[in-house]
Design a protein around this ligand. Structure first.
Ligand SMILES: Cc1cc2nc3c(=O)[nH]c(=O)nc-3n(C[C@H](O)[C@H](O)[C@H](O)COP(=O)(O)OP(=O)(O)OC[C@H]3O[C@@H](n4cnc5c(N)ncnc54)[C@H](O)[C@@H]3O)c2cc1C
Length: 317
């Protein structure tokens, strides 16, 4: 069968789909093919078809931490839209496509506590496991028990103990390998549903006041800078760092961006948020090129001023 015919036998795969509406930056060219995978079987079939045809494929969650190129993607984008979620006492097993916000609300409905913070992360569980997403002092690794993945190199489904996922600050083993996260198992604590819902409401208010509402962005563009023990003991290496950052061995990227005078600075349709230095906003039909140019300027200024190479937190397609 010819590739086109094979693709058309799978009626969920759609040709030539704009990726703009699949990313929170609202930026991106077209995907040659796009599959909205509603079941784990859809995900596995999509990968199988792409492999069979020699087409590259790319796994997309909610698109809330990614910059998609202005150029078209010659391959299959598999958007993870699986939605099963089940509870057994304090253990939740959840599909990769479930949104962090809905999982936070469900865990409160189930009188569980420890995942209220998830309300502020506008991504999927899969994307958040990969990046060890976190907020308000908590992160995925604190609540994860295991992760089930499809490992293309071995053509198998595996369940990994969370302790073997090499979680670190916005890092996991999945950033280095090609595993596709299918589902996750979380262990939470028994709590009071009403108190959990109150906390969720408070966190929403806190977010809205610190980040602004309705911004078209992809969250934090850069990772905060983790100081080495040498840098902490000789703060002279990096100038004018407030003691509270030295104590935590972490310099917020947003603070550095503000210090070099780039808050509000723009390139084309993109600008650094006036509220949050680590957010780049698509405020006027920005292209991926505008965002990339702005990222390059920020990195260069921070290197010149602080002698630090900051790294992007966002992914690129
Ligand atoms: C307004 C705003 C606020 C935010 N606040 C926070 C915050 O407080 N804390 C925080 O940590 N993040 C925050 N983010 C960033 C973002 O929501 C998280 O990084 C989130 O975890 C990304 O999930 P996603 O599903 O959108 O991933 P995507 O952006 O779709 O993908 C990101 C990367 O993960 C990969 N990926 C996605 N799903 C899978 C999967 N199932 N298997 C394998 N790889 C996969 C993709 O290939 C890509 O490389 C914020 C973003 C926005 C827009």
């Amino acid at each position: 069968m010819m590739p086109e015919e094979l693709l058309h036998t799978h009626n969920k795969i759609k040709p030539k789909q704009s990726l703009v509406r699949h990313t929170t930056f609202r930026i991106g060219g077209y995907a040659q093919y796009l599959l909205e995978a509603k079941t784990t079987e859809d995900i596995l079939n999509g990968i199988k078809i792409a492999k069979h045809l020699g087409l590259p494929y790319y796994i997309l969650g909610a698109g809330s931490n990614i910059l998609v190129s202005d150029h078209d993607f010659a391959g299959l984008v598999i958007k993870i839209a699986t939605d099963r979620c089940a509870v057994d006492t304090h253990t939740i097993t959840v599909d990769a496509g479930v949104s962090m916000g809905s999982l936070a609300c469900k865990s409160a409905d189930w009188n569980l506590t420890g995942f209220e913070w998830g309300i502020g992360v506008p991504g999927t569980v899969g994307g958040s496991v990969r990046g060890n997403a976190g907020a308000y002092g908590s992160e995925m690794k604190n609540v994860l028990y295991s992760v089930t993945v499809f490992r293309p190199s071995e053509d198998k489904i595996l369940t990994l103990d969370a302790t073997n996922c090499e979680f670190g600050y916005r890092h996991s083993i999945f950033k280095a390998n090609k595993d596709v996260i299918l589902s996750a198992t979380l262990k939470l604590k028994p709590g009071n549903g009403e108190a959990a819902k109150l906390l969720i409401r408070d966190l929403i208010k806190k977010r809205n006041s610190s980040q602004g509402v309705g911004n078209v962005c992809a969250g934090c563009v850069f990772k905060n800078y983790q100081l080495s023990s040498e840098e902490v003991s000789s703060p002279i290496l990096i100038k004018n760092i407030p003691p509270e950052f030295l104590e935590k061995s972490l310099i917020p990227a947003g603070w550095m961006i503000e210090m070099v005078g780039l808050k509000g600075f723009g390139v084309g349709g993109a600008k650094v948020s006036d509220k949050h230095g680590n957010f780049i906003i698509n405020h006027n039909n920005a292209t991926a090129k505008d965002i990339k140019n702005l990222i390059a300027i920020i990195k260069e200024k921070i290197k010149t001023h602080f002698g630090i190479d900051i790294q992007e937190e966002i992914a690129f397609l």
